[in-house]
Design a protein around this ligand. Structure first.
Ligand code: AMP
Length: 192
């Protein structure tokens, strides 16, 4: 959804999860540090994420509008972000936990180009865009997803109050068909 919306709105899509997976693939120190947290469904420490975002936002392609995906995930991350960027809108996707679990365990991703599929709507084993063999993310199993949801409730849900006080949260029903949901989000972001 973040990819669709950022494409339509001309925003740079920054996903901290994708950035961490790229570091793991490279075998960097940061990747090694992040791996065990991700495998357990825990959050990577704030200072690692904040440092990574500070660097990313200095790059030339990040000087226009940005759509953050999966970030911030804690109040300290949001406070750090407030010091370096103006946040215009927050999209809160609302979906029952059982639907999340079902979507995540049927998700397949391309390890080469990052394209995302779901076995219910795409039954091939190879990526439509680049031909690589699709995989299931190691953290997309039911046990880890439930732990990620618990961590979400504990550490990320307070952000709805944090940004709610600023009056910039838009609640979106994320059980809608994909295109309709993308239309709703683009509308609240002011698509012309
Ligand atoms: P995602 O691709 O957004 O589902 O993220 C996958 C995993 O990466 C999460 O379960 C966390 O372990 C880690 N992660 C991604 N973004 C963050 C973040 N902003 N703060 C802490 N951990 C993160």
């Amino acid at each position: 959804m973040a990819e669709r919306v950022s494409d339509r709105m001309g925003l740079l899509h920054i996903s901290t999860g994708d950035m961490l997976r790229a570091e793991i693939k490279k075998g960097s120190e940061l990747g090694k540090k992040a791996q065990s947290y991700i495998d357990q469904g825990a959050l990577v420490p704030d200072e690692v994420i904040i440092g990574m975002i500070e660097q990313r936002l200095k790059e030339p392609d990040a000087q226009g509008g940005v759509l953050f995906d999966g970030f911030p995930r804690t109040v300290p991350q949001a406070e750090a972000l407030d010091k370096i960027a103006d946040i215009a809108s927050v999209i809160n996707l609302e979906v029952p936990v059982q639907v999340i679990v079902d979507r995540v365990i049927t998700r397949r991703v391309c390890p080469n180009c990052g394209a995302v599929y779901n076995t219910k709507t795409y039954d091939k084993d190879t990526c439509e865009k680049c031909g690589a063999t699709l995989i299931t993310r190691p953290d997309d199993n039911e046990e880890t997803v439930l732990e990620r949801f618990r961590v979400y409730e504990e550490q990320t849900a307070p952000l709805i109050v944090y940004y709610g006080k600023k009056g910039i949260v838009h609640d979106i029903d994320a059980t809608m068909p994909i295109e309709q949901e993308a239309d709703m989000i683009c509308q609240v972001l002011g698509e012309k």
